[in-house]
Design a protein around this ligand. Structure first.
Ligand code: AMP
Length: 171
């Protein structure tokens, strides 16, 4: 399966100079999604996992899929202002600006093994923020998973835990 065939590159989105990797063709294709799911599960298979943490918003496309396959729960790490109730919030920087993400305060992640999932690793700022939010709740991030990695941005260097990606872009 050539996953790159299912990723559309869109120049200057959402701002000039960014080559946006759009996964719409991938999620529209059952075989491609099935392949992504199986590949992620193959990486996870030897670990004991308690929760999958999905990153707003495209991470959610994969987090519940994996949680269901593993028979575990998932939780959302969301952009600021999207989660109701009491939240913990952290600021982070990304390829095109800065932002804030939050996690619900009442989720119990203490000593739980967690895998974070997003569609793409660029600078690593987003997943790093996810790691910090989980650590704040005394959870243990085993590693992160992304469909795509922009290798030149060296995002993995920003992370405390390992990240596995399925498709690497070197340009
Ligand atoms: P970063 O925090 O720099 O690793 O950026 C990763 C986050 O920003 C992910 O949630 C992606 O969905 C999004 N993102 C960053 N750069 C791109 C890109 N070139 N194409 C698509 N999404 C991107």
């Amino acid at each position: 399966m050539k996953l790159k065939d299912y990723i559309e590159e869109i120049p200057d989105f959402p701002v000039k100079g960014i080559l946006f990797k759009d996964i719409s063709p991938l999620i529209a294709n059952y075989q491609a999604m099935s392949y992504v799911k199986a590949s992620f599960l193959d990486i996870i298979k030897s670990y004991h996992v308690d929760y999958i943490g999905g990153i707003d918003a495209r991470g959610f496309l994969f987090s519940t899929l994996l949680a269901d396959a593993l028979g575990v729960g998932s939780f959302m790490i969301r952009k600021e202002g999207k989660l109701p109730g009491k939240v913990i919030t952290k600021e982070y920087s990304l390829e095109y600006g800065t932002s804030k993400m939050s996690i619900r305060q009442n989720i119990n992640l203490k000593n739980r093994n967690i895998i974070l999932v997003d569609d793409l690793l660029a600078t690593g700022g987003t997943l790093r923020c996810g790691e910090e939010l989980v650590n704040n709740k005394e959870g243990n991030v085993l590693f992160s998973l992304t469909v795509i990695e922009l290798v030149k941005l060296n995002g993995h260097k920003n992370l405390n835990s390992k990240v596995y990606s399925l498709v690497k872009y070197n340009d």
